[in-house]
Design a protein. Sequence first.
Length: 281
Amino acid sequence: MTSAATSELAAELRGFREVQQLSYACAEAVAAQLKPGVTEREAARMQREWLYERGVKDWFHRPFAWFGDRTAFVDFKIPLQFFPTDRRLEAGMPFILDMAPVYKGYAADIGYSGCLGLNPLHDKLLADLREHRELILREVRERRSLREIYEDVDRLMVRQGYANRHRAYPFGVIAHKIGRVKERRFAPTLFGFGAQSLKGLVSDALHGHRDGWSPLWSPYKFSDHPPTPGLWAVEPHLGFRGTGAKFEEILVVTDSRDPEQSAFWLDDDLPHVRRWNEGAV
């Protein structure tokens, strides 16, 4: 990359890093307020209000919250089941907060796993996610196909004794591309997703189809290509007997020939990474 291109990329990444940090700050603030009896709908509203108060006006998707066995998407069959419900949080129950705000024209998509009190099984799932983060980065740098990497994540989950729960997402995706969103005074949503963000994803899908790549990282043939440059929101999701845990964060892929610059996580100062580094789980 030229020095001008490097400088431009650095400026872009600062914007994405800022919104990702804002999202995780929201997740931690809301998690700290959760208590027995709070519903998923209330937790989702808490996320929305926290972000609105700090200048968020648009979304890639509006916040989700999943409690108990819904963290493992037990019996999820249709997309409507992903939306927040009146499920109430209980002591020892796992939860996931998931939000994708747009801030100053930059989008992020994050997932935060927590538990209301002690839950050794949930702690184990969180700890075992570390190996997935390392595997994904290593194999993206090796320019393995997205489909192959997906299959290797699956195999790692099997070795760990877990079920793949990101396969329950639409198209079974483990990740999707994310980017800039044109700011507008009026930002409509469609089925919980920002209209502008959906428009951008559809445009990427059409463009990619012509050129042989996809903005969706899935187990299917359309993802059978090397990682394309850009920003990917990656979310490996483990499940075990009604307990689920995941992280979701931005992976940067470039066309650099330097392995370390060809792919890297946007930010290592994130709750799950700090937890691993501090040996909390």
